[in-house]
Design a protein around this ligand. Structure first.
Ligand code: ADP
Ligand code: MG
Length: 232
């Protein structure tokens, strides 16, 4: 038990460190990117090619930060009773610009009386990594349909997209670190999602077929509403 405690303290310290590093590193990355972009517009030949490679490596670095630490804050992680509808409203507002840029739509069908227990930043990170994949899988007229409802002592969340879908060999490898089929993918997004939902004592299942879109089903334990004295 003692060892376990030490281990979880270590994990806590590492996550806090990672979060502060992410904050400190994102800005200089963006500034460097700006200057490189300026230089690359003035250069040609080999030089232009090197600039292009440098820019795309910088993008890779910021994508890794996005998949891991979009909301990480260098402070103690709060576990609260979360309202699923409120969380999705926030997630939607963050993803709508990217979704519109890719000519897609999001439909939210989320019951208002669903409660789950967890850390709001982590939950949002888990769902954003899933929905971002849907947006990146868009063909023409992308559509993401998100539904959430309660059944028994469980909350069910479904994310459906009409994107390109996946073969069964891809399905089997989801969540494997660095597994990506994209040019600028990190292969870390779903690994992070699976870990977060596991810590929340939930489950993530993917259904998909190449050319026929993808459905992700997340199941989480239902919590009592916040404000209810029995919940704490
Ligand atoms: P990344 O997005 O950086 O590639 P992820 O872990 O988020 O890494 O996803 C791994 C791979 O799973 C993606 O490269 C993609 O091939 C596949 N994938 C995940 N979600 C979907 C989806 N909704 N539609 C099609 N392919 C998907
Ligand atoms: Mg991804």
């Amino acid at each position: 038990f003692n060892n376990e405690l030490q281990r979880s303290e270590k994990v806590q310290i590492i996550s806090e460190l990672a979060a502060s590093v992410a904050h400190e590193v994102r800005n200089p990355l963006q500034v460097t990117r700006g200057f490189l972009q300026l230089l690359s517009e003035k250069s040609s030949g080999d030089e232009k090619e090197y600039m292009f490679m440098a820019l795309s490596e910088l993008d890779r670095a910021s994508n890794i930060i996005t998949d891991f630490l979009t909301f990480a804050k260098p402070e103690f992680e709060q576990i609260l009773i979360l309202n699923v509808y409120d969380e999705f409203k926030h997630i939607e507002s963050i993803l709508l610009p990217l979704c519109h840029l890719n000519n897609g739509k999001i439909i939210l069908d989320v019951d208002n009386n669903l409660w789950i227990k967890g850390n709001s930043s982590k939950f949002k990170q888990a769902l954003i990594n899933i929905i971002k994949n849907s947006i990146e899988a868009f063909q023409d007229d992308g559509l993401i349909h998100i539904t959430a409802y309660g059944n028994g002592d469980k909350v069910f969340i479904r994310v459906n997209d009409n994107g390109e879908g996946m073969n069964s060999d891809v399905l089997l490898r989801l969540g494997e670190p660095y597994f990506s089929q994209k040019n600028k993918g990190t292969g870390l997004g779903l690994m992070v999602t699976f870990r977060i939902i596991e810590v929340m004592q939930g489950e993530v299942v993917f259904h998909s077929k190449k050319g026929a879109g993808t459905e992700v089903v997340i199941t989480l334990p239902m919590a009592a509403p916040s404000g209810d004295p029995h919940s704490l």
